[in-house]
Ligand binder design. Structure first.
Ligand code: SAH
Length: 403
């Protein structure tokens, strides 16, 4: 007998609006389904609604593969992957950029599946049990469709615990990637450690913002009387923003500040690769501590970038997370020169754009700075936001100019 879940009365509403998640509380009854199985989703009267996968261990007990009554087989995944890949071909200028997201999970109707391209290699991440169950098939298909030299798995993410999954890392197909892959991003050269780096190696979601911020700063730094502008890139990781900014602003000096020595080493290598190492500085430390030290020393900067890690991982952490954002933004506002620029981000999905803006406003007020928002930023277009799934919007950025 077909595995299926029957929803409680009225609980089909979100699903009909094409939201792909079914919470355990919405389910009246489960029939013949084991964790990880493909299941049909039916309303209370037994009417067929969608097909997806099931995991009793997760609060999100089911996710939808499709709202069409079609089998979930190789042809299904091939069509989904082809569509996702085709979309990227229209979004990305592949002469300038060869590292980008090919599959963005729910936003591409492939819940739990992430695929990123880094030059000739594909890095896959499986976030859920139902997606993990399709690993072999998906790795093979994406290898074929992209002609990749190798497909590598980086399923070492905390969310897998909620699904009852251990982490998994290694080669799925073809050649092993080298320790560092050189990629091209908007014609900049960047080294990426796909085996040990954060996420799948690079914060691809910031690609468009790196270009945009470098351009904006060029405008605001031009005609400055001082010969060399001082930029502070806090949470620099491997120096993405620094490379763009130093390349576009020939006089700028950029301090990379990060807690990770490995990330800073790569930041240095990346600045060298783009002929701007001599204008880089590399400071290892805790941003909260180092910024306080700079404040006490009376240092100031023409521009500061704040791109911290996710502070909020669950609803229960919102308050403490917002305190973190406030603290760091307050320090940054204090460290800005007159008419300096603050570029500030939050990648916490649970913090809305409005909440984030309010916190940045409170930070400016406490620092006694007047500031204008000159741009609002979001994740790059290869990380699309599905209208029916607002949870897919997570990256928020504000470019503020102090008056
Ligand atoms: N802006 C980067 C991505 C930043 S990711 C880019 O465009 O690539 C966040 C970074 O913050 C990571 O490199 C991590 O090592 C660093 N980090 C986390 N906590 C930190 C802390 N308390 N102080 C300094 N760096 C920290």
């Amino acid at each position: 007998m077909q595995a299926r879940i029957i929803l409680k009365p009225g609980k089909e509403k979100n699903l009909l609006a094409r939201h792909p998640w079914i919470f355990s509380g919405a389910i009246a009854r489960v029939e013949n389904a084991q964790d990880g199985d493909t299941i049909d989703v039916c309303d209370h009267a037994g009417k067929w609604l969608a097909r997806g996968y099931y995991n009793a261990r997760s609060q999100i007990a089911a996710r939808v593969w499709t709202w069409d009554d079609a089998p979930i087989d190789r042809a299904f995944f091939r069509a989904r992957l082809e569509r996702a890949i085709r979309t990227r071909e229209s979004l990305i200028d592949r002469d300038m950029t060869n590292a980008y997201r090919l599959v963005n999970a729910e936003s591409d109707f492939l819940p739990g599946v992430i695929a990123d391209r880094y030059a000739d290699f594909i890095v896959l991440q499986f976030l859920t049990l139902g997606a993990d169950a399709r690993k072999a098939e998906l790795a093979e298909l994406i290898g074929e469709l992209t002609n990749a030299r190798g497909v590598y798995e980086r399923s070492d993410v905390d969310v897998r615990e909620k699904e009852g999954l251990a982490s998994a890392v290694g080669i799925l197909r073809g050649d092993a990637p080298p320790d560092l892959i050189e990629i091209r991003e908007n014609n900049f050269r960047l080294l990426v450690d796909v085996k040990r780096g954060h996420k799948t190696g690079l914060y691809l979601d910031q690609r468009e913002n790196r270009a945009r911020v470098a351009r904006d700063l060029e405008g605001s730094l031009r005609g400055k009387p001082s010969s060399s502008a001082e930029i502070l890139n806090v949470f620099s990781y491997t120096g993405g923003f620094s490379v763009y900014i130093a390349a576009v602003n020939a006089d700028a000096r950029v301090i990379n500040l990060d807690a990770s020595r490995d990330a800073l080493e790569l930041a240095r290598a990346n600045m060298r690769l783009n002929d701007c190492e001599t204008r880089g500085e590399f400071v290892e430390g805790d941003a909260f501590v180092v910024l306080r030290k700079y404040r006490d020393q009376g240092k100031s900067f023409d521009a500061i970038i704040l791109d911290p890690p996710k502070f909020v991982h669950a609803q229960s952490q919102i308050e403490s997370g917002l305190r973190g954002y406030k603290d760091i933004n307050l320090l940054a506002f204090k460290l800005l020169k007159p008419s300096g620029t603050l570029v500030t981000f939050s990648c916490s999905g649970q913090v809305s754009a409005q909440m984030f803006q309010t916190v940045v406003f409170q930070a400016a007020t406490d620092a006694q700075r007047d500031a204008q928002i000159i741009a609002k930023l979001t994740q790059a277009s290869d990380h699309p936001i599905l209208l029916a799934f607002p949870e897919s919007e997570y990256l928020k950025g504000l470019v503020c100019r102090v008056m």
